[in-house]
Ligand binder design. Structure first.
Ligand code: AMP
Ligand code: ZN
Length: 664
């Protein structure tokens, strides 16, 4: 085979695997094989730039930087939808349609996906452009970013019209959303509020390789163009599926409003099992010819109607607004509510986010408020019932000083939140930072829990994490609930943590934006804390995946005299502030990009060692099996459900020996 043919064949193969994986959810090769082929293609493309293809599967990993997104006028305007909330609304709509159309009308019911709307243009089977809705007439060209979304076909399958637009919604499934937030939590960053905003925010990131890391999906629902080869909406969905688009199965033909309502009622309950957010149903006239006869109002098609699910909502009394100080000093106002049942749980508190939010909704103590549970993690207050506002009510005065240490709060430009900057003198910050330091993914100090940390700080036995290493058994014994044995365990746990490897110590320090992954990157690159302390902004941003924000934060952290003192103390106590020689010798890229699950009991190595070996070789240890798992390393006494899941997904199962030989 000549090189060009080889490149083409690899591209076709990878496209097919992408489709199987991301559209059909049914991979037919393992990740390792896929990565090998992708790597091979990357190398061939690098050697042969003459065979460049702007839709090659290698472009999925991103890398393009867009500073300003180009404005593009939509060839077909992107309309909004009219909303309905009741059977009566739908019957009225049906009557209006029947007045204008002779003969029977059939409807298609689809779910209304809650994300960011998107218009994709295809020419001769290739994706040429992806544009946001914008104001409906023109939007932003976000092609480079959309190309990284694996369920968007770059090249269509089978037969397709020469040129058309297809509309869809970019969504962020809950799973991916929660994972992103876990990482932010670990890095001490403000959490993303909901999947929808995060999805639309992702499309406007400047670096497309950042977008590639987000597990976005694109769900399609509407094709626009000439001679498309179908005459109904329902057929068009099937046609789109055949071309390789991800079109959810939940769509149904209905002949009456009653049948529409059956669909609504079913999905109002079952939508909670879907992996992504939906906020209603869209009902469309099925016949394209009838659609054309009905046409559009200034804002929306007359042939379609959204039916909004009722958000789960209750009203209750807001007893008090209190303020929490996080470990980074960020202040979060909290609504303390009269307990109330909502979507199956009792709600007592709701986040008020920040001062602007309180002001915008004019939320006051004593108000009757509406609480809603959407895709958010904690319920939110959406409005005040002004008819029930007590006569003595006064507008909320946001606090000006830290509720804990009384330092004047500051709100910096660009920040939504107020901060207490008394970094080393504000108890919740000190406690939060030490709690982070000892947490499982950081120093993992056995025998020491979050509550004990609070006690130790409040008793003034420690005031920063380096003080932990000076604690004696005699000092901790008098603490509440401490006994001889537990005091011993605590001291031993602290002692043992001196062996925790450098990258985890770096994560444990609690540098803002330096989560587990970033800590590993920095450790691997710089190899010692001194090298990081000596790095300047320019050095730092040259490290893979380290941007300005992280670099600034690292520099700020180490420029603090106090922090440097803590670090010197940690050094004098013998903590690992550099990669060990052994570690340096053992690091490879053999498992780069692979996600590996470890389960059961092992003979020649411990579980922890096994995990370390995986990470040292560039792999990622994951706790649950999914279609993305490259291998399952199975020890003795592995749970049968894990095995059968791996088998059903055809994930290679290796013994420890097989695995260790493989990476030797
Ligand atoms: P709205 O933004 O409330 O006017 O609703 C219109 C938006 O709903 C459209 O712009 C689409 O982005 C979105 N949408 C979600 N699912 C569908 C669907 N199945 N059919 C049509 N539009 C949909
Ligand atoms: Zn404070």
């Amino acid at each position: 085979m000549n090189t060009e043919a080889q490149i083409q064949s690899l591209r076709n193969e990878l496209r097919e695997h992408n489709y199987n994986y991301y559209v059909l959810d049914n991979p037919t090769i393992d990740d390792f094989e896929f990565d090998m082929k992708l790597k091979q293609l990357q190398e061939l493309e690098a050697e042969h730039p003459e065979f460049y293809d702007s839709n090659s599967p290698t472009l999925r990993i991103g890398g393009q930087i867009t500073k300003n997104f180009k404005t593009v006028v939509h060839e077909h305007r992107m309309y909004s939808l009219d909303n309905s909330y009741s059977k009566e609304d739908l019957l009225d709509w049906e009557k209006r349609i029947e007045k204008n159309i002779d003969g029977a009308v059939e409807f298609v019911c689809e779910l209304k996906y809650d994300g960011a709307s998107m218009s994709l243009t295809y020419e001769n089977g290739s994706l040429v452009r992806a544009v946001t809705r914008g104001d409906g007439t023109q939007g932003d060209d976000v092609t480079a970013n959309v190309k990284t979304i694996k369920s968007v076909p770059l090249q269509l399958k089978g037969s397709y019209p020469a040129k058309f637009d297809i509309r869809g919604e970019i969504v962020l499934p809950y799973d991916g959303f929660h994972k992103m937030n876990e990482e932010r939590l670990a890095a001490g960053e403000e959490l993303y509020r909901n999947p929808r905003n995060t999805a639309s925010g992702s499309l406007k990131l400047q670096n497309s390789s950042e977008v590639a890391k987000r597990p976005l999906e694109c769900l399609l629902y509407n094709m626009k163009g000439r001679n498309l080869g179908f005459s109904t909406q329902f057929e068009s969905l099937e046609k789109a599926r055949q071309m390789g688009f991800k079109v959810p199965d939940a769509s149904k033909l209905a002949r009456s409003v009653d049948e529409v309502l059956e669909f609504v009622e079913y999905w109002d309950v079952h939508r909670h099992k879907l992996p992504y957010e939906t906020d209603g149903v869209v009902i469309k006239v099925n016949s394209l010819q009838q659609q054309e006869e009905l046409g559009y109002t200034a804002k929306a098609p007359r042939w379609a109607m959204a039916y909004k699910f009722k958000a789960e909502q209750v009203s209750t009394r807001l007893n008090e607004i209190t303020y929490q100080v996080g470990r980074t000093g960020a202040i979060t106002p909290v609504a303390n509510l009269e307990p109330v049942e909502l979507a199956g749980t009792t709600v007592k508190r709701a986040s008020l986010h920040n001062a602007d939010q309180i002001k915008k909704l004019d939320i006051r103590e004593g108000d009757e408020v509406y609480v809603e549970k959407g895709g958010e993690i904690i319920p939110k207050i959406i409005a005040v019932d002004l008819t029930k506002r007590p006569s003595y009510s006064e507008p909320t005065q946001y606090i000006t000083h830290c509720p804990e240490c009384h330092t004047k709060l500051v709100r910096q430009e660009g920040d939504a939140k107020h901060y207490c900057l008394n970094y080393n003198g504000c108890n919740p910050q000190i406690i939060g930072r030490i709690q982070h330091f000892i947490s499982r993914k950081a120093m993992d100090i056995e025998g020491l829990g979050g509550e004990t940390v609070a006690l130790l700080v409040n008793e003034k036995l420690i005031s920063n994490y380096s003080d932990l290493y000076t604690l004696t058994k005699e000092q901790v014994l008098p603490l509440e609930r401490m006994a001889e044995k537990s005091a011993e365990n605590l001291i031993n746990g602290i002692e043992a943590s001196k062996q925790i490897p450098f990258e985890r110590v770096l994560f444990a320090l609690g540098i803002r934006y330096v989560g587990e992954t970033v800590a590993k990157k920095l450790a691997k690159h710089y190899k010692s804390i001194d090298a990081i302390i000596n790095a300047n902004q320019q050095d730092l941003v040259s490290v893979d995946e380290i941007g300005d924000r992280i670099a600034d934060s690292v520099i700020e952290f180490f420029s603090s005299e106090a922090n440097r003192t803590f670090i010197n103390k940690l050094r004098s106590f013998g903590l690992q502030l550099a990669l060990s020689a052994e570690k340096l010798a053992n690091q490879t890229d053999k498992l780069k990009g692979l996600s590996i699950v470890v389960s059961g009991v092992f003979e020649t190595v411990s579980r922890t060692e096994l995990k370390k070996i995986i990470e040292d070789n560039g792999g990622k240890v994951s706790s649950s099996i999914s279609s993305k798992t490259a291998y399952l390393v199975a020890g003795d006494k592995m749970g049968p459900s894990k095995r059968s899941k791996a088998e059903s997904l055809e994930i290679p199962i290796l013994t420890e020996i097989e695995f260790l030989t493989k990476i030797k």
